[in-house]
Design a protein around this ligand. Structure first.
Ligand SMILES: [Zn+2]
Length: 473
């Protein structure tokens, strides 16, 4: 039987700095979903990448006295390195400076233009370079963009506009019917509200203002607005418009995983661009929250920025993956502090799971217990399909605690003179550990592999400690 296809994407990261913990959370979350689907037997295509054009990159390159391409080639390395560091299983890393992406963006533009949805207009507005978007007076506080704490510049220019108004009703209808499914429900309501006040939007900048971008087809005086370019990665990364066989197989199954700050671009602008270009709009948009620290938004001025490298070096990728998914509910904000991270490492990982595996395999080795596979499974389907991965981990850890309690209750060291009973108790424990190892595959791939390896040898021996690192105190 042919496998079900499953296509999943992350947002593409802007390469003007280094990856932060929010980037890591989104990639790990998406990786968990991709791995879950592979375990289910789906044929998965997982795309991530980098957003490399626009004013911010151009200015930064100027500051450093290098060409923008030289800067992005350097900066993208840290983002590509996330694959190995955090054990991400994506299939392609797309860069918006990739030739096939540039071609695809121009092709989508041509199709929207041919449809009559792109027109030239003189425009005056307030432009925030930080947001890479025009602001309304009503978006500003004391004349400043809240997000960037700076006054947007008054910009008067002739730009290409996209007729979003042509698609407003159609998109409203698709969202209401869940044909574009926005998860969670309260974000769907937000989008429907925002949709009411949406207007045509500018999709170009004059080259003299923004020189670092993809050129507008048949207009050498303009570059594409970064969002038009960036959003197109979701189809160019899948081979559109060249590899239509692959595209047609995967695209109808797409799930975009994005942060709550870029909802309107993905749930309104992007579907409209696709409809105009004759491409089906996205199926699912999963919107996650932010990683806070100490209950506050991370910022340099508050001094509560969590460096993912520091978190990684403390206990390795699996522990960090565990913490992020356990502590941050998929669609809400969640908190990262090193105190909480240390506490979970110690209690959930080292003392509970690590201890269980080492004490059980120790007794098994000493008593020459032969493993009899019962093929137990922990059912994580419902929670996983609802993206409640925090609940999945909670459920798996209930099994860990149950197994530890079972050891304490049955006291295998005290029933050595009853080999039949000992064999039964130890096999129940081994099977429980094996089912935990299976269930952990999407979340903690290395730990899962180590646990399942125990069962591959003829004779089970005491396992190496799963979490050997001591607390950093
Ligand atoms: Zn801004």
């Amino acid at each position: 039987m042919e496998k079900n296809k499953f296509y999943i994407t992350t947002a593409i990261d802007y390469t003007n700095g280094k990856p932060h913990i929010g980037h890591v959370f989104e990639k790990v979350l998406t990786d968990v979903i991709a791995r879950y689907h592979r375990e289910k037997g789906d044929d998965v295509f997982f795309l991530t990448g980098s957003d490399e054009h626009g004013t911010k990159m151009e200015l930064l390159a100027k500051e450093k006295g290098v060409a923008p391409k030289v800067l992005v080639d350097e900066n993208v390395k840290a983002f590509m390195a996330m694959k190995e560091k955090y054990n991400l299983s994506y299939d392609r890393f797309i860069r918006t400076t990739d030739e096939d992406h540039i071609q695809a963006s121009q092709e989508l533009w041509r199709r929207c233009k041919a449809k009559g949805d792109i027109y030239l207009k003189k425009y005056q507005g307030l432009y925030c370079a930080g947001c890479e978007s025009f602001k309304k007076e009503s978006d500003l506080v004391d004349g400043k963009c809240l997000e960037h704490d700076c006054k947007p510049e008054v910009v008067e220019e002739e730009n290409w506009f996209f007729k979003l108004s042509n698609y407003k009703n159609q998109i409203k209808d698709l969202i209401e019917k869940d044909e574009i499914k926005i998860i969670p429900e309260h974000r769907k309501k937000e989008v429907l509200n925002v949709l009411e006040e949406i207007e045509d939007f500018s999709i170009s900048r004059p080259k003299e203002k923004v020189g670092w971008g993809i050129e507008v087809p048949d207009d050498p005086t303009h570059n594409m607005y970064v969002w038009f370019d960036a959003l197109t990665n979701y189809i160019s990364g899948l081979g559109w418009p060249n590899d239509m066989e692959k595209f047609n197989a995967f695209w109808p199954t797409v799930t975009h995983v994005i942060g709550k700050d870029i909802t309107r671009f993905h749930a309104i602008y992007w579907p409209a661009m696709l409809l105009s270009g004759g491409v089906q709009p996205p199926k699912n948009i999963l919107i996650h929250g932010f990683v806070t620290s100490g209950g506050k938004k991370m910022s340099k001025s508050t001094g509560n920025v969590v460096d993912p490298e520091e978190a990684l070096s403390r206990y390795g990728a699996d522990a960090l993956r565990y913490f992020l998914i356990r502590e941050i509910p998929t669609t809400e904000d969640g908190d990262f502090t090193f105190e909480k991270f240390d506490a979970r490492y110690e209690s959930d990982l080292a003392n509970s799971l690590g201890n269980l595996v080492s004490r059980v395999t120790n007794i098994v080795e000493k008593n020459n217990i032969e493993f009899q596979n019962q093929d137990l499974r922990i059912d994580i389907k419902n929670e996983s399909e609802e993206y409640r991965f925090d609940k999945v981990l909670e459920k798996i850890w209930e099994k860990v605690h149950e197994a530890n309690k079972y050891v304490d209750d049955e006291k295998p060291w005290a029933i050595k003179d009853n080999p039949e009973k000992l064999n039964e108790v130890m096999n129940n424990l081994l099977n429980s550990i094996k089912s935990i190892g299976e269930a952990l595959k999407p979340f903690m791939p290395e730990t899962s592999e180590k646990i399942l390896k125990i069962f591959e040898s003829e004779k089970i021996v005491k396992a190496e400690p799963l979490f050997p690192k001591k607390l950093n105190t």
